[in-house]
Design a protein around this ligand. Structure first.
Ligand code: SF4
Ligand code: SF4
Length: 399
């Protein structure tokens, strides 16, 4: 990846200095953020200074918006959103969090309007997901419409990607891509996705994105509890490092659907800590960044942002706290995203652990078979949820 190198200290300092107004933030919060940043190597990817792909580049307008709107103005809207551009997907993953979602698909104009409204609410990072987002025929137009003050990330299986499409997306403003890859062995990956050739497709897509140049290219991997406990994650990371990608975005399989509502499948706090330690160890020396979601979302960092600073709008317009929460609080075709989000946020004060990992048994109780919980049911479920203490960042932020 010729356009990639660790960022120079002067470049990092220059971009931090460009947002000098951050000095108005209380010192303990600045200290926390600097300590967090120290865990990663900042990469210069085609001129973008990237800590990891869950945050906007440090020298971007989106980062300035994070400082101004969220740290200084403390606006109550979300900072992060995921949008399902389509529900169509050629693959059929065992753990698919989208399986039980149905309805009338959002059209392109509605998605573009939604992005505009989300940005007004404070969103500075958007993940395009699905289904397979590349199957949305207007994905380039949608990407372009978002503007340059929001960091855009594409989650894809790689199906239907061509070099031309990758170049068009990059030129339209896409910053980050994550190609799904769950195992280093082709048969294992294909079996988990119940799609012969999924592994080959993913590797080809990674090559295309790398050759495009200027894109931050990563893999997003869903780890089974067995892989974490058998020490297979290290083997997998060795394989991923050989692909010469920028980042491995890791998460464990979440209990979002009935086959995962099982204590034998959900990770424990010890499993999470094992991965956190692996990430911190790895990031001290390796060229590829490890970005484990449970690291960002742990009590020691930012905690669970579902419904608080994160929102998911699926391909049918249903609004959920995050992609892994099989519930809706309204549909953007019926109510504004701002109204739905603020009603939802009142029920999601955030806490220092994953909402789904902790509360999946309540979803078992309210189970509606092959569809997600409707608004009334979601509210009833939330009446039974007990939230614990805030994670470190929000303790400092709110108190
Ligand atoms: S690629 Fe994504 S949308 Fe498609 S089946 Fe897998 S998890 Fe579901
Ligand atoms: S519930 Fe919270 S911690 Fe869990 S995946 Fe969603 S946003 Fe992340």
């Amino acid at each position: 990846m010729s356009q990639t190198k660790p960022a120079k200290l002067t470049e990092i300092l220059k971009s931090l200095a460009a947002n000098y107004q951050i000095i108005k933030v209380k010192p303990s919060l600045i200290f926390f953020l600097l300590q967090y940043m120290k865990k990663f190597k900042v990469l210069n990817v085609g001129g973008n200074l990237v800590l990891h792909s869950h945050l906007p580049p440090l020298n971007s307008k989106a980062y300035s918006r994070f400082v101004n709107e969220h740290l200084l103005q403390k606006i109550s809207g979300p900072s992060h959103a995921q949008i399902g551009l389509t529900n169509a997907c050629p693959q059929n993953c065992q753990y698919c969090y989208n399986k039980n979602r149905h309805g009338k698909i959002l059209d392109t104009e509605t998605i573009i309007r939604l992005i505009r409204e989300l940005k007004k609410m404070g969103v500075l990072w958007i993940g395009f997901t699905g289904g397979e987002p590349l199957l949305q025929k207007d994905i380039v137009k949608i990407t372009e419409s978002a503007g340059d003050d929001v960091a855009l990330k594409l989650f894809t299986t790689g199906c239907t990607l061509t070099p031309q499409l990758a170049a068009d997306l990059k030129n339209a403003g896409l910053k980050y891509v994550s190609v799904s890859l769950d195992h280093w062995q082709a048969e294992e990956h294909d079996q988990g996705r119940r799609y012969p050739g999924a592994f080959r497709t993913a590797l080809k897509a990674i090559e295309i994105f790398k050759e495009t140049g200027g894109l931050h290219v990563g893999v997003s991997a869903v780890l089974s509890r067995e892989m974490i406990r058998n020490g297979e994650v290290e083997i997998f990371l060795g394989f991923l490092a050989g692909l010469e990608i920028h980042e491995a975005w890791l998460s464990e399989a979440k209990p979002s659907i009935d086959v995962y509502w099982n204590e034998d499948k959900v990770i424990s706090e010890e499993d999470r800590i094992r991965l956190v330690q692996l990430q911190d160890r790895y990031n001290k020396t390796a060229n590829m960044t490890i970005n484990y979601l449970g690291h960002f979302e742990g009590s020691e960092h930012f905690g669970c942002n579902a419904g608080h600073k994160m929102v998911y709008i699926d391909a049918f317009g249903e609004v959920s706290p995050c992609v892994f929460t099989p519930m809706t609080f309204g549909n953007v075709n019926e109510k504004s995203i701002e109204t739905i989000f603020s009603e939802m946020k009142a029920l999601f004060p955030s806490e220092g652990c994953c909402f789904m990992n902790k509360n999946y048994k309540l979803f078992q109780k309210y189970n509606r078979g092959n569809t997600i919980l409707r608004r009334e049911e979601s509210i009833s479920l939330m009446n039974e949820v007990q939230f614990g203490p805030l994670a470190k960042f929000f303790q400092l932020f709110y108190h």
